[in-house]
Design a protein around this ligand. Structure first.
Ligand code: FBP
Length: 327
């Protein structure tokens, strides 16, 4: 007897019908899934085709661009254009906002086509992160940058693991796995574990002495209570936190012996990294804050590539460090 699992598209169709919503969102999600599968193909064959190296230029963040960054960007913009549903997009790989279907588009898409660049040369796990907001259908639309709390959905593909996780506003965070037909199936609701025995801590230990004193002290007092894991890609590390609970943090860097290396506003980008995982975490029963203890989803972006410090994960743990940050 063959065992059939519910497909992602069937799950989403149910969701849209249950909430009396339109098919437009399905077309957009189909485009994002096609993009992720295409990027995964190039990543899996990257070493063989010599695509895991540098592209030779520098991006808006002043970082060396990887050949795979360019490939992932080109693929994603192609499928977003083909969907006809996107007004404009914001990408880590494009300095400017990318106008797509400004007249008839329905959604704004904020994405990082290949997150975790330090893992790329080794073919290790990276992420495709995205957040989606909707145009104002009741009145005029000024295209302003949306805060995370205004997103209608956010998700990530952990490449090349074939896992896809999607959060829908007020409808939870769901994980899907690839079946033998390379289709995403078996929607599994993700709820952060309340069992502190399972919780993990995730941060770059090489930076811990550059964090603010109060953050260093919090780590000192708490780190022995939890398992420590760090993959070096936000998608990979957050994937674990969603499964086991705990907290991922990328604090502000304020005490680096070389002041030029300080990052008082954090490293991660608000719109297509921090707000994406914060949205998914909230729909899974968790929370996220910045270096001032302000909820990440309340942060109103002033510019597309704005950075932020990030503390995301199980509510008791994030609330505990937020008390220290607020002091
Ligand atoms: P990129 O988008 O340039 O890859 O930067 C984001 C990121 O790689 C995250 O995925 C990860 O959590 C973090 O930076 C790793 O930074 P570090 O190497 O300083 O630990």
């Amino acid at each position: 007897m063959i065992r059939f699992e519910q497909t992602f598209m069937n799950f989403l169709l149910d969701h849209q019908e249950k909430h009396n919503r339109t098919y437009h969102f399905l077309i957009l999600m189909d485009a994002l899934i096609s993009a992720a599968k295409h990027i995964e193909h190039y990543y899996l064959t990257g070493a063989l085709k010599g695509n895991l190296g540098l592209a030779g230029n520098v991006n808006v963040q002043g970082e060396d661009v990887l050949r795979m960054d360019q490939i992932a960007q080109e693929i994603t913009v192609h499928y977003l254009r083909a969907s006809g549903r996107v007004i404009h997009a914001i990408s880590e790989e494009s300095e400017k906002i990318i106008p797509i279907n400004t007249e008839d588009g329905r959604y704004f898409v904020y994405f990082d086509p290949l997150d975790g660049s330090s893992n790329v040369p080794h073919g290790l796990p990276v992420g495709f992160l995205f957040g989606i907001a909707k145009r104002n259908l009741e009145g005029s639309e000024d295209g302003h940058l949306r805060a995370g709390k205004d997103y209608i959905a956010a998700g990530m593909f952990v490449i090349p693991t074939g896992t896809f996780t999607l959060a829908l506003k007020d409808a939870g965070t769901w994980r899907f796995h690839t079946d033998e037909t390379m289709d995403f199936v078996k929607p599994t609701r993700m709820i952060l574990s309340e069992d502190a025995q399972e919780w993990e801590l995730s941060f770059n230990p090489a930076h811990r002495h550059t964090y603010a004193e109060n953050v260093q002290n919090w780590i000192e007092q708490n780190e022995r209570k939890y398992v420590f894991r760090y993959l070096g890609s936000l998608a990979g590390d957050f994937h674990r936190i969603l499964s086991n609970g705990g907290m991922f943090m990328y604090p502000a860097i304020v005490n680096d012996p070389n002041p030029e290396k300080n990052r008082p506003h954090g490293k991660l980008r608000l719109m297509y990294e921090a707000a994406v995982v914060a949205f998914m975490c909230q729909e899974a029963g968790g929370t996220a804050v910045d270096e001032t203890g302000t909820p990440t989803l309340d942060l109103q972006p002033k510019e597309p590539h704005q950075r932020t410090a990030l503390y995301v994960g199980s509510k008791p743990l994030v609330d505990d460090i937020a008390r220290v940050l607020l002091r």
